[in-house]
Design a protein around this ligand. Structure first.
Ligand code: NAG
Ligand code: NAG
Ligand code: NAG
Ligand code: NAG
Ligand code: NAG
Length: 424
């Protein structure tokens, strides 16, 4: 053993290996992903420490950020541009040249240390940026929309709209131009805006506390809203009429999602006894009579759940909480995977992202990006080293898989954007 390791040190092998192993931060688990009862193994080269791989590409904000939490960004669907924004400026970076192509001031007031998020969709490069400040109650918020031209410069005016959205909601646009913004400034309404006609805004009114998440039914005419009043509602997306109101969870509701086929939807409740994920089958609801729904499929949780996604085929649902990821099969409601950290309260797992159908699942945990492959039983991590400054509990992360570039990455817990070569 001694001979072997000193030989390895002499050859410079063991030394490099042991330093890399000691320096990267990983999560201690009580339960890992499994296949045929065998725990997942690290993929070759993993876990990968920031700045240790030739495959890493990093983008930083040009100046020192005063409030890291207000920094965010989004990759266009064609993966040509990354748009980064802080509370007052946006910067467009070309992912071809990896250089900044334009920087401009956002047309709304800086409102202190809140949070911010954004979305950019389609060849029209429609950009929506919201800033919400939850450090005061009621929160303050502002949203701008604008369009980028094909070369990444701003085209046309910035429109300021009432309402905001948060990182909880990832798919904002519906039928290319319509989107929902919630109101957190005490009005307890949501607004349905149209990018092509700001004059046609609908107001969804009926909740008694802040609405925090909204989703469009993929088929059908419904908008779902989850609010801190413990109620979840379905609305007619054309008329704005309330169609259905679910029994109170007696907790702050945080998230709502439809399955991609429109068959199921879920909402999550954060605090109190009602904590967990509530799942309904649309067939069990009578939207004509609004009759009370049957008991939901309730998955209890010990802590907040603010990230959850149905797989593209709707065959699985994955959700994340503090130190926890669980995957359930929708057909028989069986728990099929459980990733659980020893630390059950110290950091929130966010950004559940299905990749390649239901083959892979990515999420953000303890300052890093993790991915699991269900077929190979291999796991991946790209994350900070012990000497790095990062925010372990950051809920601001965002994950993009511009697979036409062969990349995976996004907004990191040190307020940069990092991408790595996507493992085949
Ligand atoms: C799975 O592994 C655990 C722990 O090693 C063991 O106790 C259990 O019997 C195994 N289950 C099956 C079905 O093999
Ligand atoms: C936002 O970015 C601009 C431009 O880089 C900078 O002047 C400003 O200080 C930044 N704001 C914060 C809060 O970091
Ligand atoms: C970018 O495109 C816009 C709109 O087509 C054009 O007006 C502008 O000159 C272009 N800018 C550069 C730097 O190519
Ligand atoms: C929206 O209303 C304003 C003021 O009435 C009007 O000038 C503008 O043309 C309208 N926009 C559209 C797209 O209808
Ligand atoms: C809803 O309830 C009404 C009245 O009981 C009934 O006529 C209708 O068939 C129901 N619709 C569905 C989809 O169950």
């Amino acid at each position: 053993m001694v001979v072997l390791s000193s030989l390895a040190v002499l050859l410079g092998l063991f030394h490099v290996y042991s330093v890399a192993q000691a320096a990267i931060v990983t999560v201690d688990l009580t339960s890992d992903f499994k296949k045929n009862n065998a725990s997942a193994k690290w993929a070759p080269g993993h876990p990968v420490e920031w700045r240790s791989s030739a495959d890493e590409i990093m983008f930083e904000w040009p100046l020192q950020l005063q409030y890291a939490g207000r920094f965010t960004g989004h990759v266009t669907n064609d993966a040509k541009f990354l748009i980064m924004a802080n509370e007052s400026y946006a910067q467009v970076v070309s992912l071809d040249t990896r250089k900044s192509v334009s920087t401009f001031a956002l047309n709304y007031l800086s409102r202190g240390e809140g949070r911010m998020t954004s979305i950019y969709v389609g060849n029209g490069y429609d950009v929506i940026i919201s800033g919400v400040d939850y450090t005061i109650n009621p929160a303050t918020e502002a949203t701008v929309t604008f369009r980028l031209s094909a070369n990444g410069t701003i085209a046309g005016p910035q429109t300021v709209l009432p309402g905001s959205f948060t990182n909880v909601d990832k798919e904002l646009l519906h039928r290319k131009s319509r989107f929902v913004l919630t109101n957190n400034e005490g009005k307890n309404v949501a607004y349905v805006h149209d990018l092509n006609n700001p004059n046609t805004t609908l107001t969804l009114s009926g909740h008694r506390d802040a609405i925090i998440s909204a989703a469009w039914a993929p088929y059908g005419r419904y908008i779902a809203t989850a609010a801190w009043d413990g109620i979840m509602k379905l609305w007619d997306e054309v008329t704005g009429k309330e169609l259905y109101s679910f029994p109170s969870t007696n907790a702050q509701n945080w998230l709502t999602r439809f399955s991609p086929d429109g068959q199921y939807f879920l909402y999550t409740a954060g605090n109190g006894d009602g904590r967990g994920v509530y799942i309904y089958n649309m067939d069990d609801l009578n939207l004509t009579t609004g009759a009370p729904p049957p008991e939901p499929w309730l998955i209890k949780a010990d802590n907040w759940v603010r990230s959850g996604e149905f797989s593209p085929q709707g065959d699985y649902v994955a959700f994340a909480s503090y130190g926890l990821v669980e995957v359930y099969r929708t057909s028989d409601r069986q728990l099929v995977q459980r990733w659980a950290a020893e630390d059950k309260t110290g950091f929130e797992v966010t950004d559940i992202t299905w990749i390649a159908g239901s083959k892979r699942l990515a999420f953000r945990a303890y300052g890093g990006l993790e991915m699991y492959d269900f077929e190979t039983n291999l796991k991946y991590r790209w994350g900070p080293g012990e000497m790095d400054h990062f925010d372990a509990g950051v809920a601001e992360g965002s994950t993009f898989t511009p697979l036409n570039r062969g990349w995976i990455g996004g907004r990191e817990s040190d307020s940069t954007f990092k991408f790595w070569k996507y493992p085949a």
